[in-house]
Design a protein around this ligand. Structure first.
Ligand code: C2E
Ligand code: MG
Ligand code: MG
Length: 399
Protein backbone atom coordinates (compact mmCIF):
# COMPACT_ATOMS: atom_id res chain seq x y z
CA UNK A 1 0.00 0.00 0.00
CA UNK A 2 1.40 3.39 -0.94
CA UNK A 3 1.53 6.22 1.60
CA UNK A 4 -1.15 8.04 -0.35
CA UNK A 5 -3.69 5.27 0.23
CA UNK A 6 -3.26 5.25 3.98
CA UNK A 7 -6.29 7.26 4.87
CA UNK A 8 -9.59 6.41 6.43
CA UNK A 9 -12.70 6.19 4.30
CA UNK A 10 -16.33 6.12 5.40
CA UNK A 11 -18.91 4.53 3.10
CA UNK A 12 -22.62 5.06 3.68
CA UNK A 13 -25.21 2.99 1.82
CA UNK A 14 -28.39 1.30 3.00
CA UNK A 15 -27.56 -1.87 1.05
CA UNK A 16 -25.23 -4.16 3.06
CA UNK A 17 -24.45 -6.21 -0.04
CA UNK A 18 -23.30 -3.09 -1.92
CA UNK A 19 -21.15 -2.10 1.07
CA UNK A 20 -19.49 -5.49 0.98
CA UNK A 21 -18.68 -5.21 -2.71
CA UNK A 22 -17.42 -1.65 -2.40
CA UNK A 23 -15.22 -2.57 0.54
CA UNK A 24 -13.66 -5.31 -1.58
CA UNK A 25 -13.15 -2.93 -4.51
CA UNK A 26 -11.51 -0.39 -2.22
CA UNK A 27 -9.25 -3.08 -0.79
CA UNK A 28 -8.18 -4.09 -4.29
CA UNK A 29 -7.24 -0.48 -4.94
CA UNK A 30 -5.13 -0.44 -1.80
CA UNK A 31 -7.55 1.37 0.51
CA UNK A 32 -7.80 -0.86 3.57
CA UNK A 33 -8.93 1.53 6.29
CA UNK A 34 -12.63 1.57 5.46
CA UNK A 35 -15.62 2.02 7.80
CA UNK A 36 -19.13 1.36 6.58
CA UNK A 37 -22.53 2.42 7.74
CA UNK A 38 -26.03 1.51 6.59
CA UNK A 39 -27.64 4.60 8.16
CA UNK A 40 -26.81 8.23 7.49
CA UNK A 41 -27.90 9.10 11.06
CA UNK A 42 -25.44 6.66 12.53
CA UNK A 43 -22.68 7.98 10.24
CA UNK A 44 -23.35 11.54 11.40
CA UNK A 45 -23.01 10.54 15.05
CA UNK A 46 -19.64 8.99 14.27
CA UNK A 47 -18.60 12.13 12.39
CA UNK A 48 -19.71 14.44 15.16
CA UNK A 49 -17.43 12.57 17.55
CA UNK A 50 -14.44 12.47 15.25
CA UNK A 51 -14.98 14.78 12.25
CA UNK A 52 -11.34 14.89 11.24
CA UNK A 53 -10.56 11.20 11.35
CA UNK A 54 -11.94 10.44 7.86
CA UNK A 55 -10.39 11.83 4.74
CA UNK A 56 -13.10 10.73 2.33
CA UNK A 57 -16.81 9.96 2.58
CA UNK A 58 -18.59 7.96 -0.10
CA UNK A 59 -22.31 8.41 0.26
CA UNK A 60 -25.29 6.92 -1.54
CA UNK A 61 -27.95 9.44 -2.54
CA UNK A 62 -31.03 7.30 -2.31
CA UNK A 63 -31.45 5.89 1.19
CA UNK A 64 -34.55 5.37 3.29
CA UNK A 65 -34.67 7.56 6.39
CA UNK A 66 -32.10 10.29 5.83
CA UNK A 67 -31.23 10.57 2.13
CA UNK A 68 -27.94 11.78 0.68
CA UNK A 69 -29.09 15.37 0.18
CA UNK A 70 -30.16 15.70 3.79
CA UNK A 71 -26.89 14.09 4.82
CA UNK A 72 -24.93 16.75 2.89
CA UNK A 73 -26.78 19.46 4.77
CA UNK A 74 -25.99 17.92 8.16
CA UNK A 75 -22.41 17.11 7.18
CA UNK A 76 -21.63 20.82 7.19
CA UNK A 77 -22.29 21.13 10.91
CA UNK A 78 -19.91 18.30 11.87
CA UNK A 79 -16.73 20.13 10.88
CA UNK A 80 -15.78 17.41 8.39
CA UNK A 81 -13.11 18.80 6.07
CA UNK A 82 -12.33 15.85 3.81
CA UNK A 83 -13.53 14.92 0.34
CA UNK A 84 -17.04 13.82 -0.61
CA UNK A 85 -17.99 11.31 -3.29
CA UNK A 86 -21.65 10.79 -4.17
CA UNK A 87 -22.91 7.47 -5.44
CA UNK A 88 -26.22 6.80 -7.08
CA UNK A 89 -28.17 4.43 -9.23
CA UNK A 90 -30.41 7.34 -10.19
CA UNK A 91 -30.26 9.23 -13.45
CA UNK A 92 -27.36 11.53 -14.17
CA UNK A 93 -29.35 14.74 -13.73
CA UNK A 94 -30.12 13.96 -10.09
CA UNK A 95 -26.45 13.31 -9.47
CA UNK A 96 -25.63 16.62 -11.21
CA UNK A 97 -28.03 18.52 -8.95
CA UNK A 98 -26.60 16.85 -5.87
CA UNK A 99 -23.13 17.78 -7.06
CA UNK A 100 -24.18 21.42 -7.55
CA UNK A 101 -25.62 21.41 -4.04
CA UNK A 102 -22.46 19.96 -2.48
CA UNK A 103 -20.37 22.58 -4.26
CA UNK A 104 -22.73 25.39 -3.27
CA UNK A 105 -22.21 24.32 0.35
CA UNK A 106 -18.46 24.64 -0.26
CA UNK A 107 -17.84 20.97 0.42
CA UNK A 108 -14.72 19.49 -1.08
CA UNK A 109 -16.57 17.54 -3.75
CA UNK A 110 -14.44 14.88 -5.43
CA UNK A 111 -16.91 13.44 -7.88
CA UNK A 112 -20.12 11.57 -8.59
CA UNK A 113 -20.11 7.86 -9.31
CA UNK A 114 -22.87 5.85 -10.96
CA UNK A 115 -23.87 2.37 -9.79
CA UNK A 116 -22.66 -0.23 -10.62
CA UNK A 117 -19.35 1.27 -9.56
CA UNK A 118 -16.47 0.64 -11.96
CA UNK A 119 -13.13 0.17 -10.18
CA UNK A 120 -11.34 2.48 -12.64
CA UNK A 121 -13.84 5.28 -11.97
CA UNK A 122 -13.51 4.78 -8.23
CA UNK A 123 -9.72 4.90 -8.46
CA UNK A 124 -9.84 8.10 -10.51
CA UNK A 125 -12.13 9.87 -8.06
CA UNK A 126 -10.09 8.85 -5.02
CA UNK A 127 -6.88 10.03 -6.68
CA UNK A 128 -8.38 13.52 -6.58
CA UNK A 129 -8.03 13.49 -2.81
CA UNK A 130 -4.32 13.69 -3.31
CA UNK A 131 -4.33 16.15 -6.18
CA UNK A 132 -6.96 18.51 -4.85
CA UNK A 133 -5.32 21.11 -2.67
CA UNK A 134 -7.15 24.18 -1.50
CA UNK A 135 -4.46 26.38 -3.05
CA UNK A 136 -6.11 26.93 -6.42
CA UNK A 137 -9.24 28.27 -4.79
CA UNK A 138 -10.04 31.84 -4.21
CA UNK A 139 -10.00 32.90 -0.58
CA UNK A 140 -13.53 33.09 0.82
CA UNK A 141 -14.77 36.54 1.69
CA UNK A 142 -13.12 37.31 4.99
CA UNK A 143 -14.62 40.62 5.90
CA UNK A 144 -16.92 43.32 4.69
CA UNK A 145 -15.76 46.83 3.95
CA UNK A 146 -17.22 50.15 4.99
CA UNK A 147 -18.16 52.91 2.62
CA UNK A 148 -15.39 55.16 3.93
CA UNK A 149 -12.78 52.49 3.28
CA UNK A 150 -14.12 52.16 -0.24
CA UNK A 151 -14.04 55.92 -0.81
CA UNK A 152 -10.44 56.03 0.35
CA UNK A 153 -9.63 53.22 -2.08
CA UNK A 154 -11.16 55.18 -4.95
CA UNK A 155 -9.17 58.26 -4.02
CA UNK A 156 -5.94 56.34 -3.63
CA UNK A 157 -6.47 54.54 -6.93
CA UNK A 158 -6.34 51.13 -5.33
CA UNK A 159 -8.97 49.85 -7.75
CA UNK A 160 -7.31 48.46 -10.81
CA UNK A 161 -8.49 46.61 -13.87
CA UNK A 162 -7.58 43.07 -14.60
CA UNK A 163 -8.26 41.88 -18.11
CA UNK A 164 -9.56 38.52 -19.23
CA UNK A 165 -8.88 37.72 -22.88
CA UNK A 166 -11.57 36.67 -25.31
CA UNK A 167 -10.62 34.63 -28.35
CA UNK A 168 -12.30 33.72 -31.61
CA UNK A 169 -13.46 30.11 -31.41
CA UNK A 170 -12.73 29.32 -35.06
CA UNK A 171 -9.24 30.82 -35.34
CA UNK A 172 -8.11 31.20 -31.74
CA UNK A 173 -7.28 34.86 -32.47
CA UNK A 174 -7.08 37.21 -29.51
CA UNK A 175 -9.92 39.66 -30.19
CA UNK A 176 -10.85 41.38 -26.97
CA UNK A 177 -10.66 41.74 -23.21
CA UNK A 178 -13.21 42.05 -20.43
CA UNK A 179 -12.22 44.52 -17.73
CA UNK A 180 -12.74 42.99 -14.27
CA UNK A 181 -12.05 45.29 -11.38
CA UNK A 182 -9.84 44.32 -8.42
CA UNK A 183 -9.20 46.20 -5.22
CA UNK A 184 -5.56 46.00 -4.27
CA UNK A 185 -5.96 46.53 -0.57
CA UNK A 186 -2.76 47.60 1.22
CA UNK A 187 -3.36 45.11 4.08
CA UNK A 188 -5.78 42.49 2.77
CA UNK A 189 -4.29 41.97 -0.68
CA UNK A 190 -6.42 41.39 -3.76
CA UNK A 191 -10.14 41.75 -3.17
CA UNK A 192 -12.69 40.53 -5.73
CA UNK A 193 -15.69 42.51 -6.96
CA UNK A 194 -18.28 40.36 -5.16
CA UNK A 195 -16.99 41.98 -1.95
CA UNK A 196 -17.56 45.59 -2.93
CA UNK A 197 -19.84 46.04 -6.00
CA UNK A 198 -23.06 45.89 -3.99
CA UNK A 199 -21.59 48.31 -1.44
CA UNK A 200 -20.80 50.73 -4.27
CA UNK A 201 -24.32 50.32 -5.64
CA UNK A 202 -25.94 50.82 -2.27
CA UNK A 203 -24.03 54.04 -1.57
CA UNK A 204 -24.42 55.43 -5.09
CA UNK A 205 -20.72 55.14 -5.80
CA UNK A 206 -21.09 52.70 -8.66
CA UNK A 207 -20.88 55.45 -11.28
CA UNK A 208 -17.54 56.55 -9.92
CA UNK A 209 -16.35 52.96 -10.02
CA UNK A 210 -17.58 52.31 -13.56
CA UNK A 211 -16.05 55.56 -14.67
CA UNK A 212 -12.72 54.56 -13.21
CA UNK A 213 -12.85 51.12 -14.87
CA UNK A 214 -13.97 52.58 -18.20
CA UNK A 215 -11.24 55.21 -18.39
CA UNK A 216 -8.51 52.75 -17.39
CA UNK A 217 -9.80 50.26 -19.95
CA UNK A 218 -10.04 52.81 -22.76
CA UNK A 219 -6.47 53.87 -21.97
CA UNK A 220 -5.44 50.25 -22.30
CA UNK A 221 -6.99 49.59 -25.73
CA UNK A 222 -6.13 53.00 -27.18
CA UNK A 223 -4.03 52.32 -30.27
CA UNK A 224 -4.98 48.61 -30.35
CA UNK A 225 -7.58 48.70 -33.08
CA UNK A 226 -8.02 44.96 -33.37
CA UNK A 227 -9.01 44.58 -29.70
CA UNK A 228 -12.37 45.24 -28.11
CA UNK A 229 -12.95 46.24 -24.49
CA UNK A 230 -15.91 44.92 -22.51
CA UNK A 231 -16.94 46.80 -19.40
CA UNK A 232 -19.56 45.66 -16.89
CA UNK A 233 -22.22 48.25 -16.39
CA UNK A 234 -24.47 48.52 -13.41
CA UNK A 235 -28.09 49.18 -14.33
CA UNK A 236 -27.98 52.07 -11.87
CA UNK A 237 -25.75 54.05 -14.21
CA UNK A 238 -28.48 54.02 -16.80
CA UNK A 239 -30.86 56.19 -14.85
CA UNK A 240 -28.96 59.26 -15.95
CA UNK A 241 -30.09 60.35 -19.40
CA UNK A 242 -26.77 62.00 -20.23
CA UNK A 243 -24.98 58.69 -19.99
CA UNK A 244 -24.58 58.03 -23.75
CA UNK A 245 -23.02 61.47 -24.29
CA UNK A 246 -20.68 60.88 -21.40
CA UNK A 247 -19.54 57.52 -22.82
CA UNK A 248 -19.09 58.94 -26.33
CA UNK A 249 -16.96 61.75 -24.94
CA UNK A 250 -14.76 59.28 -23.05
CA UNK A 251 -14.39 57.09 -26.16
CA UNK A 252 -13.43 59.99 -28.35
CA UNK A 253 -11.00 61.42 -25.77
CA UNK A 254 -9.22 58.08 -25.75
CA UNK A 255 -9.14 57.89 -29.54
CA UNK A 256 -10.98 54.61 -29.52
CA UNK A 257 -13.65 53.59 -32.05
CA UNK A 258 -17.16 53.31 -30.56
CA UNK A 259 -17.47 49.73 -31.81
CA UNK A 260 -14.37 48.75 -29.84
CA UNK A 261 -16.29 49.30 -26.62
CA UNK A 262 -18.88 46.79 -25.42
CA UNK A 263 -21.02 47.49 -22.38
CA UNK A 264 -22.18 44.37 -20.53
CA UNK A 265 -25.48 44.49 -18.73
CA UNK A 266 -27.24 42.15 -16.32
CA UNK A 267 -30.37 42.78 -14.41
CA UNK A 268 -28.69 42.42 -11.05
CA UNK A 269 -31.45 44.47 -9.50
CA UNK A 270 -34.82 45.32 -10.86
CA UNK A 271 -34.49 48.21 -13.21
CA UNK A 272 -35.85 51.10 -11.25
CA UNK A 273 -36.55 53.19 -14.23
CA UNK A 274 -37.13 50.91 -17.19
CA UNK A 275 -37.82 53.71 -19.60
CA UNK A 276 -34.65 55.67 -19.06
CA UNK A 277 -32.56 52.47 -19.19
CA UNK A 278 -34.15 51.54 -22.47
CA UNK A 279 -33.72 55.06 -23.80
CA UNK A 280 -30.04 55.09 -22.85
CA UNK A 281 -29.24 51.63 -24.15
CA UNK A 282 -30.94 52.28 -27.47
CA UNK A 283 -29.04 55.53 -27.94
CA UNK A 284 -25.75 53.85 -27.07
CA UNK A 285 -26.40 51.29 -29.80
CA UNK A 286 -27.30 54.07 -32.25
CA UNK A 287 -23.88 55.50 -31.57
CA UNK A 288 -22.37 52.08 -32.38
CA UNK A 289 -21.29 51.20 -28.86
CA UNK A 290 -21.62 47.44 -28.37
CA UNK A 291 -24.22 46.07 -25.94
CA UNK A 292 -23.91 42.65 -24.42
CA UNK A 293 -26.37 40.69 -22.30
CA UNK A 294 -24.16 39.16 -19.58
CA UNK A 295 -24.76 35.88 -17.69
CA UNK A 296 -27.48 34.91 -20.13
CA UNK A 297 -29.81 32.26 -18.78
CA UNK A 298 -29.33 32.97 -15.09
CA UNK A 299 -32.61 34.69 -14.40
CA UNK A 300 -30.96 38.06 -14.01
CA UNK A 301 -30.66 38.19 -17.76
CA UNK A 302 -33.89 37.19 -19.30
CA UNK A 303 -35.72 36.72 -22.53
CA UNK A 304 -37.72 39.87 -21.90
CA UNK A 305 -34.50 41.88 -21.87
CA UNK A 306 -33.40 40.23 -25.07
CA UNK A 307 -36.72 41.23 -26.62
CA UNK A 308 -36.62 44.85 -25.47
CA UNK A 309 -33.00 45.92 -25.61
CA UNK A 310 -31.01 46.10 -28.86
CA UNK A 311 -28.16 43.84 -27.77
CA UNK A 312 -25.59 42.84 -30.35
CA UNK A 313 -23.85 40.26 -28.15
CA UNK A 314 -25.03 37.47 -25.87
CA UNK A 315 -22.80 35.92 -23.21
CA UNK A 316 -23.81 32.42 -22.24
CA UNK A 317 -23.32 32.09 -18.50
CA UNK A 318 -20.49 29.85 -17.34
CA UNK A 319 -23.05 27.66 -15.59
CA UNK A 320 -24.08 26.39 -19.04
CA UNK A 321 -20.62 26.18 -20.58
CA UNK A 322 -18.34 24.30 -18.26
CA UNK A 323 -19.05 20.58 -18.57
CA UNK A 324 -21.28 21.01 -21.63
CA UNK A 325 -19.51 18.29 -23.59
CA UNK A 326 -20.71 15.53 -21.29
CA UNK A 327 -23.99 16.87 -19.96
CA UNK A 328 -27.11 16.61 -22.15
CA UNK A 329 -29.07 19.15 -20.07
CA UNK A 330 -26.33 21.76 -20.48
CA UNK A 331 -26.12 20.96 -24.19
CA UNK A 332 -29.84 21.62 -24.62
CA UNK A 333 -29.57 25.01 -22.89
CA UNK A 334 -26.30 25.96 -24.57
CA UNK A 335 -27.57 25.08 -28.06
CA UNK A 336 -30.88 26.88 -27.51
CA UNK A 337 -29.11 30.06 -26.37
CA UNK A 338 -26.71 29.86 -29.28
CA UNK A 339 -29.44 29.33 -31.81
CA UNK A 340 -31.42 32.22 -30.38
CA UNK A 341 -28.38 34.47 -30.78
CA UNK A 342 -27.91 33.29 -34.37
CA UNK A 343 -31.54 33.90 -35.24
CA UNK A 344 -31.36 37.39 -33.78
CA UNK A 345 -28.16 37.96 -35.73
CA UNK A 346 -26.05 38.67 -32.66
CA UNK A 347 -22.61 37.50 -31.62
CA UNK A 348 -22.35 34.75 -29.04
CA UNK A 349 -19.68 34.52 -26.33
CA UNK A 350 -19.29 31.44 -24.12
CA UNK A 351 -18.08 32.29 -20.62
CA UNK A 352 -16.49 29.75 -18.28
CA UNK A 353 -14.52 27.69 -20.82
CA UNK A 354 -12.54 25.88 -18.16
CA UNK A 355 -11.04 22.83 -19.81
CA UNK A 356 -10.11 21.21 -23.10
CA UNK A 357 -13.44 19.36 -23.33
CA UNK A 358 -15.32 22.67 -23.10
CA UNK A 359 -13.05 24.16 -25.76
CA UNK A 360 -13.44 21.22 -28.16
CA UNK A 361 -17.19 21.31 -27.75
CA UNK A 362 -17.23 25.01 -28.64
CA UNK A 363 -15.10 24.37 -31.71
CA UNK A 364 -17.87 22.20 -33.08
CA UNK A 365 -20.69 24.45 -31.96
CA UNK A 366 -20.59 27.57 -34.11
CA UNK A 367 -20.19 29.85 -31.06
CA UNK A 368 -18.23 32.99 -31.97
CA UNK A 369 -16.06 33.85 -28.98
CA UNK A 370 -14.75 32.08 -25.91
CA UNK A 371 -13.63 33.29 -22.51
CA UNK A 372 -12.56 31.29 -19.47
CA UNK A 373 -9.78 29.78 -17.40
CA UNK A 374 -8.81 27.33 -20.16
CA UNK A 375 -7.83 30.29 -22.30
CA UNK A 376 -6.74 32.69 -19.59
CA UNK A 377 -7.53 33.89 -16.10
CA UNK A 378 -8.10 37.60 -15.63
CA UNK A 379 -4.66 39.25 -15.32
CA UNK A 380 -2.98 42.61 -15.10
CA UNK A 381 -2.35 44.44 -18.38
CA UNK A 382 1.39 43.83 -18.27
CA UNK A 383 0.95 40.04 -18.21
CA UNK A 384 -1.12 39.94 -21.40
CA UNK A 385 1.78 39.80 -23.90
CA UNK A 386 3.33 36.75 -22.18
CA UNK A 387 -0.06 35.08 -22.00
CA UNK A 388 -0.58 35.75 -25.71
CA UNK A 389 2.71 34.12 -26.70
CA UNK A 390 1.85 31.06 -24.57
CA UNK A 391 -1.65 30.89 -25.98
CA UNK A 392 -0.31 30.76 -29.54
CA UNK A 393 1.86 27.79 -28.53
CA UNK A 394 -1.06 26.08 -26.81
CA UNK A 395 -3.21 26.57 -29.93
CA UNK A 396 -0.64 24.79 -32.08
CA UNK A 397 -0.70 21.84 -29.71
CA UNK A 398 -4.49 21.78 -29.66
CA UNK A 399 -4.92 21.73 -33.43
P1 C2E B 1 -18.96 38.65 -14.99
O1 C2E B 1 -19.06 39.94 -15.72
O2 C2E B 1 -19.85 37.55 -15.44
O3 C2E B 1 -17.44 38.24 -15.07
C1 C2E B 1 -16.96 36.96 -15.18
C2 C2E B 1 -16.52 36.43 -13.86
O4 C2E B 1 -16.23 35.04 -14.02
C3 C2E B 1 -15.22 37.04 -13.35
O5 C2E B 1 -15.24 37.01 -11.92
C4 C2E B 1 -14.18 36.07 -13.86
O6 C2E B 1 -12.99 36.07 -13.12
C5 C2E B 1 -14.89 34.76 -13.69
N1 C2E B 1 -14.42 33.75 -14.65
C6 C2E B 1 -13.86 33.95 -15.85
N2 C2E B 1 -13.57 32.79 -16.46
C7 C2E B 1 -13.97 31.82 -15.61
C8 C2E B 1 -13.95 30.38 -15.68
O7 C2E B 1 -13.50 29.75 -16.65
N3 C2E B 1 -14.46 29.71 -14.61
C9 C2E B 1 -14.96 30.36 -13.52
N4 C2E B 1 -15.41 29.62 -12.51
N5 C2E B 1 -15.00 31.71 -13.43
C10 C2E B 1 -14.53 32.43 -14.47
P2 C2E B 1 -14.97 38.32 -11.10
O8 C2E B 1 -13.85 39.07 -11.70
O9 C2E B 1 -14.90 37.94 -9.67
O10 C2E B 1 -16.26 39.18 -11.35
C11 C2E B 1 -17.49 38.80 -10.83
C12 C2E B 1 -18.58 39.73 -11.29
O11 C2E B 1 -18.40 41.02 -10.72
C13 C2E B 1 -18.58 39.96 -12.80
O12 C2E B 1 -19.22 38.89 -13.42
C14 C2E B 1 -19.31 41.27 -12.90
O13 C2E B 1 -20.72 41.06 -12.86
C15 C2E B 1 -18.91 41.99 -11.63
N6 C2E B 1 -17.88 42.99 -11.96
C16 C2E B 1 -16.57 42.81 -12.20
N7 C2E B 1 -15.97 43.99 -12.50
C17 C2E B 1 -16.95 44.93 -12.48
C18 C2E B 1 -16.98 46.34 -12.73
O14 C2E B 1 -15.99 46.98 -13.07
N8 C2E B 1 -18.20 46.97 -12.61
C19 C2E B 1 -19.34 46.32 -12.28
N9 C2E B 1 -20.48 46.99 -12.19
N10 C2E B 1 -19.34 44.98 -12.04
C20 C2E B 1 -18.17 44.30 -12.15
MG1 MG C 1 -19.23 40.52 -17.50
MG1 MG D 1 -20.78 36.91 -16.98
Amino acid sequence: MSIENRFRILVIDDDPFFLKILRRQLKNLGYEDVDTSTHAHQALTTLQDEPLSFKVILCDLNMPGMDGIEFIRHLLSTGFDGGLVLISGQDARILDSAEALAKAHNLNFLGAVRKPVMPAVLAEVLQRTIRKSPKGFRKPATRTYSVSEFLTALDRRELINHYQPQVCVKTGDFVGVEALVRWLHPQDGMIFPDQFISLAEEFKLIDRLTDHVLLQGLGFIAGKENLSLSVNLSMDSLNNLDYPEYVMQAVSNANVLPMQLILEVTESRLMKDRLSSLDNLTRLRLKEIGLSIDDFGTGHSSLAQLRDIPFNELKIDRGFTHGVASNPALQAIFEASLSMAKQLGIKCVAEGVEDEDDWRYLRGSGCDLAQGYFIARPMSAENLPIWHANWLDKLKRLN
